[in-house]
Design a protein around this ligand. Structure first.
Ligand SMILES: [Cu+2]
Length: 247
């Protein structure tokens, strides 16, 4: 009887879990339908982030396989083979110790330099010398419960949807009217917090026209899940006419 009760309880729990999961998927289907895959970059800054990700991933895999392999090898190679056997007791190995101090230090320093060099670019955008006439466009992003406002260079604003020109660095500044929000359109560039009383800087750029999706990445209240971001990337001419169409 006890077993059957536990079985029934398990079935009930499974049914409830399935219901909750289905309701959850229904609620967030708009988010799931959007492409928020940062490994599918659509512009230079997102490609830089991907490059960093793959370099770090490759180094991590080498370290994991190297260290894990050494541990497994040592377990078998130096194991105690019978009860009356005492495996060789080894104390210290200066060469090995130097290698495992210098090796990781060199690797970490190289990754540190690679990060520092690229973080400057991800925050400030391309250097003025490399712009070649592509003047950056400034957009101020304001987060508030529970939507985003985008203010363009002509002082006009749009809500929830930002329209930007293709192949143009977009100089973003962010702030918040209430609590902390997080702005991120994964296919276009770095994630940046929108904080009350502080102006943050970032830049995004798209090299293909299209519509890109993001959302608020900082839990900010009951309407957090509705704080979606749509970025429409259009030609410079379409962007100019969009600006003049805003009221
Ligand atoms: Cu939020």
């Amino acid at each position: 009887m006890k077993t059957r009760g536990a079985y029934r309880g398990g079935k009930l729990l499974a049914a409830i879990s399935l219901g909750v999961l289905t309701a959850g998927i229904g609620t967030f289907s708009s988010v799931l339908a959007a492409n928020t895959n940062f490994l599918d970059p659509a512009g230079p800054p997102a490609r830089t982030i991907d490059m960093l990700f793959y370099v770090f991933l490759a180094c991590s895999i080498v370290v994991l396989v190297g260290v894990g392999g050494a541990v497994i090898y040592a377990c078998f190679r130096f194991r105690r083979r019978s009860d009356d056997e005492m495996p060789a007791q080894i104390h210290g190995n200066a060469r090995l110790e130097r290698a495992w101090i210098i090796g990781p230090a060199v690797l970490l320093f190289a990754l540190f330099i690679l990060s520092v060099v690229n973080v400057g670019y991800l925050r400030s955008g391309p250097s003025p010398a490399s712009l070649a006439g592509r003047d950056p466009v400034s957009v101020h992003v304001t987060g508030q419960q529970f939507y985003w406002t985008f203010t363009y260079p002509n002082g006009k604003s749009s809500i929830r949807t930002m329209e930007i020109p293709v192949n143009t660095p977009i100089d973003l500044t962010t702030s918040s009217k209430d609590v902390i929000h997080g702005f991120w359109v994964p296919q276009l560039g770095a994630k940046i917090d929108a904080l009350p009383g502080i102006i943050n800087h970032a830049f995004i750029e798209a090299s293909q026209k299209g519509t890109y999706q993001g959302q608020c990445y900082e839990f900010c209240g009951v309407g957090h899940d509705q704080m979606l971001i749509t970025v429409k990337v259009v030609s410079m001419a379409q962007y100019q006419s969009y600006l003049s169409s805003l009221s």
